[in-house]
Design a protein around this ligand. Structure first.
Ligand code: SF4
Length: 402
């Protein structure tokens, strides 16, 4: 029994640690395949799993999805195309516009616009072999009144893992817990009210109230999922507060944190960006907290790689982005710039997939100008935050219930 419980713990750790974008890696592939064959060879193990864990494990280890993942990995890593590689992740901008006014994001400049439930349903049917659905891009997704229904449909009908980020100002904690999401991230760049306002022009008290409430309800309902985590975009304005944010989250029961660098893009900018040295100094904090929380570092920079894949741009191969009008882009960076789009999925779906295929096949030999100029086009910087010696396997402690 103890042995079985240990196995459960291992599997749970694997699943809860599967970050949305950590998909194109041979190590991840090995873990998934091993899990799949363990299922076949040792079906009795499943009996000891928490029902929620069992459910997610089944979704992650579906043979068709594993196969598609392998296709995608071959294309990104080796430039080999066995057939068209469907993306493991799809991002859909369910809302254009925002009620906050973050200094690094241009979403607030737009009048609110939404994709309806039926439109998202239509889009997702083209991505049925993908694993993860990110129903957010450059705006606040919970401003879309259909978001709960969209997420439930994507999860329960199409077997997607849903990973959603929010500014937590308009989220309904009760409905959010019931939307079939795998992870819900609260964007918190400061816990100081004034600083928070300076960075995001939003009300920190409201964000905190909603975060406390969702965690309280989750505990009351004894749920493992959705994981509730904190997303922090690190800049010179908040780097001295990172430890305070960690302690704030830990005191509320959050055990998963995402540190994200600033990024350039058509609707994004990098004000007060930090240096590589600043980032490397953060490892000391990571080391201090590694036993209490999972801390994921995601880099949108050319000089350092986080937990995402290195080599040729992983966004291009993994995460196409679809805007609120249905235009499909290679990545989040060019979202909104129609000249970089593959076409519109509502009016010309065939053209979209043909253009995406051409784009990927020519990605190494003749990438488009916007990729040539992009610092993520090819990355082998030799500086790896996640893969450094000390932090190769960050320890993650999520309360485990049997
Ligand atoms: S290399 Fe191209 S596809 Fe990749 S992030 Fe940059 S612009 Fe997007």
């Amino acid at each position: 029994m103890i042995e079985e419980l240990k196995k459960e713990k291992k599997i749970l750790h694997f699943i809860t640690n599967l970050p949305s974008r950590d998909l194109i890696s041979i190590a991840t592939l090995k873990k998934i395949i091993k899990g799949y064959f363990n299922n076949i060879l040792h079906p009795e193990i499943a009996r000891y799993l928490h029902p929620e864990t069992r459910k997610y494990k089944r979704k992650v280890e579906a043979p068709k999805k594993i196969f598609n993942y392998i296709l995608c990995m071959f294309a990104q890593r080796f430039g080999i195309f066995i057939s068209e590689p469907p993306p493991p992740v799809v991002r859909v901008e369910v809302v254009r516009g925002c009620n906050f006014k973050c200094i690094m994001c241009g979403a607030w400049k737009f009048k609110l616009k939404f994709l309806t439930f039926d439109q998202v349903k239509y889009i997702l049917h083209y991505f049925r072999s993908s694993w993860i659905f990110l129903p957010h891009a450059i705006g606040e997704p919970f401003l879309n009144k259909d978001i709960y229904e969209i997420s439930r449909y994507a999860h329960y009908n199409l077997n997607f893992l849903i990973d959603i980020s929010s500014n937590f100002s308009v989220i309904n904690p009760e409905r959010a817990l019931d939307m079939g999401a795998y992870e819900i991230r609260a964007s918190i760049d400061s816990i100081n009210k004034e600083k928070f306002f300076e960075l995001r022009h939003g009300n920190f008290n409201k964000v905190k109230e909603n975060l406390v409430e969702i965690l309280r309800l989750k505990q009351k309902q004894n749920k493992i999922y959705p994981m509730v985590s904190i997303n922090t975009v690190i800049s010179k304005l908040n780097i001295d507060e990172i430890e305070d944010i960690l302690n704030f989250g830990l005191s509320l029961g959050v055990r998963r944190f995402h540190w994200i660098t600033l990024s350039d893009g058509h609707l994004l900018s990098k004000p007060y960006d930090i240096s590589l040295e600043d980032i490397l100094n953060l490892r000391k904090i990571l080391h201090k907290y590694e036993r209490e929380a999972a801390i994921k570092f995601l880099s949108f920079r050319g000089d350092i790689v986080g937990y995402e894949a290195d080599g040729y741009c992983f966004h291009a191969f993994q995460i196409p982005s679809i805007d609120v009008e249905g235009n499909v882009y290679p990545c989040y960076r060019v979202l909104g710039d129609k000249s970089s789009s593959f076409g519109n999925i509502f009016s010309e779906p065939q053209k979209v997939f043909k253009n995406r295929s051409l784009f990927l096949r020519k990605f190494r030999s003749s990438p488009p100008e916007f990729c040539k100029r992009c610092e993520l086009y090819y990355r082998k910087p030799g500086v790896y935050f996640y893969k450094s010696k000390i932090f190769k396997f960050p320890v993650f402690r999520q309360p485990i219930r049997f």
